[in-house]
Write a protein that binds this ligand. Structure first.
Ligand code: NAG
Ligand code: NAG
Ligand code: NAG
Ligand code: NAG
Ligand code: NAG
Ligand code: NAG
Ligand code: NAG
Ligand code: NAG
Length: 431
């Protein structure tokens, strides 16, 4: 029986990690629209839409790969390029842009000449989250394919799509033919349509992206002087030997902040060894309101987080009255529950979370109206249930370490009972 329970717990944890309950429909959709047939193939516009509410593709950007179904080649590309040309030795007159069976495509950097650009291209592969900046949540390029089918009967869909954004974590499904996209002419008086369209959907799993969390959460409150720190070694202590102290001389050396190709961090030494910490401080208690201070600290000397996002789940977020110095948007993943919201930086003010150091933090305060029926400072109610930074879930402290009200004895058995009932629920729903 015990092993059965453990197996279900394992399945549950595994599933929970591969599916984001706060953004159940989040995905990145890659759409290919064939705009014209050519003598030996077609010209397609490839559009990547990031439909995730709060997970953007950060610098150094996306990498898209696929496998051609037959002997296709890429004659040319506008607004993106393949990382390798491959073996084009069979070609005598015109030489293709890429002859590889499995091309790997990256976006161009901003500032390329106008004639190499394509609408929504050339952002260094950075794509905003849909919930944060819908207009910037799209990336596109044009590709001219040769040695391919030249009609919707003979064209073969590319296979085995892969998406890095920029690290691992995304899994892409097969390409599927969908109704052709329609386009409105600029004067909006005529509709045209793609000759053929297919879609590929990619979804993210933090579990595939990394084995340790990449951020942690600490707590404090006005009613108890204890600061509940991030759990030790939250983000893995294997880098402990390469971390640097905040007063280290190394930090004054030129080039120490330069990001690495492999994105290897240079972490400030902390007991949690996380690149990012989120701190939630219960600051003030008014009659009808209460006030929380949120601070995000960057401990990575080699990372500027542009377009950062913070997602918090707390039952009182249905009554947010004011958010100071961050932008805020409620997320309502399920129609009935309004307990999740997204915080992000204000444009040109604090949307950049600077590299570790004196400027490596952003902060804000939130004013919430008390819901008389549920509001409490007891039993850690005032602390968030879930926290995500840049779309990855952060590790919370152990429940019995939360700061608590003086003289309010905690019910130690509560977390255990919750766990037991969770296990039972999983077993019964799985049956
Ligand atoms: C992808 O996300 C969009 C927007 O949330 C949603 O409408 C669509 O159904 C999703 N696609 C898949 C295959 O899940
Ligand atoms: C295909 O992807 C586009 C976004 O790129 C989306 O608007 C459209 O609904 C998708 N079509 C289907 C049938 O999923
Ligand atoms: C796609 O991947 C599968 C499994 O990895 C492999 O068997 C297949 O040959 C690949 N297809 C192409 C066209 O490379
Ligand atoms: C292919 O094109 C023909 C007309 O040329 C059209 O009737 C048919 O629906 C198209 N098929 C697909 C899969 O788009
Ligand atoms: C972060 O941005 C600042 C200002 O734009 C720049 O001086 C610094 O080199 C950047 N650091 C990293 C790690 O990219
Ligand atoms: C959710 O709560 C916010 C306040 O945080 C409120 O502005 C919004 O209207 C609520 N949405 C729904 C669907 O209840
Ligand atoms: C809090 O929000 C809920 C739903 O958004 C609403 O029904 C309730 O009246 C609000 N409570 C207060 C005290 O404003
Ligand atoms: C503050 O909370 C801690 C638990 O994190 C507890 O051990 C301590 O007794 C509390 N302090 C007071 C004055 O109640």
């Amino acid at each position: 029986m015990r092993s059965v329970v453990l197996a279900f717990v394992f399945v549950f944890v595994f599933r929970a990690a591969a599916y984001d309950s706060l953004d159940p429909n989040g995905n990145i959709t890659i759409k290919w629209d064939i705009m014209s047939w050519t003598a030996d193939g077609y010209v397609a516009v490839v559009t990547m839409n990031n439909f995730q509410m709060y997970r953007h593709i950060m610098s150094p950007g996306w990498t898209l790969g696929w496998a051609w179904a037959k002997k296709e080649v890429i004659w040319s590309m506008v607004g993106a390029q393949t990382t390798e040309q491959g073996d084009c030795s069979k070609f005598k007159a015109a030489i293709p842009h890429c002859c590889k069976k499995t091309p790997t495509v990256v976006d161009l950097l901003p500032g390329v000449p106008y004639n190499q650009q394509y609408a929504n291209c050339c952002k260094g592969g950075v794509v905003a989250a849909w919930g944060q900046d819908p207009l910037s949540s799209v990336s596109a390029f044009q590709v001219s394919v040769g040695q391919a089918g030249t009609s919707n009967k003979t064209v073969k869909l590319p296979k085995n799509f892969t998406l890095l954004g920029p690290g691992p974590g995304y899994t892409c499904g097969p390409a599927k033919i969908v109704p052709s996209t329609t386009f409105l002419t600029p004067d909006k008086r005529r509709k045209t349509q793609a000759l053929m369209t297919w879609n590929v959907t990619c979804t993210y799993s933090q579990f595939l992206a990394r084995k340790n969390p990449s951020c942690c959460v600490s707590f404090s409150s006005f009613y108890n002087e204890t600061i509940t720190p991030c759990p030790s070694c939250t983000c893995g202590c294997q880098n402990k030997n390469s971390c640097v102290k905040s007063d280290s001389k190394i930090l004054t050396m030129a080039g120490v902040n330069t990001p690495r190709k492999d994105n290897a961090p240079l972490l400030q030494c902390t007991h949690h060894m996380c690149p990012v910490r989120v701190h939630w401080h219960v600051k003030l208690n008014y009659k009808d309101y209460w006030r929380v201070k949120i601070a995000i600290t960057n401990f990575n000397y080699r990372m500027n987080y542009t377009l950062w996002s913070l997602v918090i789940q707390h039952p009182n977020l249905n009554n947010v009255t004011q958010v100071f110095s961050f932008d805020y948007k409620p997320l309502v993943p399920y129609e009935s529950i309004n307990d999740t919201g997204m915080f992000y930086g204000m444009k040109y003010y604090n949307d950049l979370l600077m590299e570790a150091g004196p400027l490596g933090n952003v902060q804000s305060e939130v004013l919430l109206q008390k819901d008389k029926n549920t509001f409490s400072f007891k039993q850690g109610w005032a602390f968030p249930r879930k926290v995500y930074f840049n779309g990855d879930e952060c590790m919370l402290p152990q429940p019995d370490a939360y700061p608590y009200l003086p003289n309010s004895a905690r019910q130690k058995s509560l977390p255990f009972l919750t766990l037991v009932s969770c296990v039972l629920l999983v077993i019964f729903t799985a049956w």
